[in-house]
Design a protein around this ligand. Structure first.
Ligand code: ATP
Length: 276
């Protein structure tokens, strides 16, 4: 894996992390730092977040583009931390974060995309999925919650569903936080050992950890089968939180830059008006 990416070059970072064909999970190192200096990268993040905030204000004001960000990771992969560290500073009125956990009875009574669709973004909004419809080809596959004949058809459903969203004006970005097994062990241990973190620990996390290789295989397939030009996956090294944060912020910066939202034209005759 080449290092030496410029930490200020959000375009190069985005291009480097985008999956085109091979997901490269074995080749991409979870603890990659791209040769960045930690203090410099951390100090630079607020600059990127300022640019994101400015772009989101325009997106919201323009009220036409829609952005869907899908966030997936193994347990303790840092989804919540990423949301906290990267979305901070954005206008909450224009953001909708939805977490998808174990489906309810009602959700299970419908097709698996039913619960997802109503949470896709509306015009001017950024919708973030904390886990997503991809769980239906991940946990469902690994834990055999449905037969192969069922989940194996879902890759093409998902591609068709996402294509429809894109055709209808949604920009889709899918991010996999790539955590190492060792770092997961450390983070889960931390959750057990620190009183402030213990609430996050579930015994089931250990069962999932035992299925690490199966999950990785399911992730590789999901990413490779559904990463397309208009709804790409990005594999973000996630062992170092400061690398993860700058990488995710850089991807969002590039995507918003491409959308290039603009403030709407003011009403006619507003220029020069004086408020009494
Ligand atoms: P963290 O990653 O920080 O530990 P979390 O995302 O695991 O947090 P939880 O609410 O504890 O948050 O876990 C959600 C659980 O729901 C996960 O175990 C996930 O596999 C499960 N889940 C999500 N979607 C589905 C689905 N379609 N079918 C079955 N289980 C699902």
């Amino acid at each position: 894996m080449p290092t030496g990416l410029d930490h200020t070059d959000h375009r190069a970072i985005t291009d480097h992390l985008r999956v085109d064909g091979d997901a490269g999970l074995a080749r991409r190192h979870e603890d990659e730092d791209f040769g960045w200096d930690k203090d410099t990268a951390k100090a630079y993040l607020p600059d990127v977040l300022d640019v994101l905030a400015e772009s989101q204000t325009r997106l919201f004001a323009q009220g036409s583009d829609k952005l869907l960000v899908v966030l997936q990771a193994m347990d303790a992969g840092g989804k919540d931390g990423t949301l906290r560290d990267v979305l901070t500073g954005l206008n909450p009125a224009g953001i909708a974060v939805t977490s998808f956990g174990v489906p309810s009875e009602e959700e299970l009574g419908h097709d698996y995309l039913w619960r997802v669709h109503s949470h896709t973004p509306r015009a001017g909004q950024i919708a973030v999925f904390n886990r997503s419809h991809y769980e239906d080809v991940l946990v469902v596959r690994v834990k055999r919650l449905a037969p192969r004949a069922t989940w194996s058809k879902r890759y093409s459903h998902i591609k068709a569903f996402e294509k429809m969203l894109v055709d209808e004006g949604t920009t889709i970005v899918k991010i996999f936080l790539h955590l190492s097994r060792d770092e997961q062990r450390a983070r889960l241990q931390d959750r057990i050992d620190s009183p402030d973190e213990r609430w996050k620990f579930r015994r089931g996390d250990l069962d999932d950890r035992a299925l690490w290789d199966d999950y990785l295989c399911a992730y590789r397939d999901a990413i490779e089968k559904t990463s397309v030009r208009r709804a790409p996956w990005f594999v973000v090294p996630a062992d170092r939180k400061w690398v993860r944060n700058l990488a995710v912020a850089s991807i969002l910066r590039s995507v918003l830059e491409d959308l290039d939202p603009q403030f709407p034209e003011p009403e006619e005759g507003v220029d020069g008006l004086v408020v009494e």
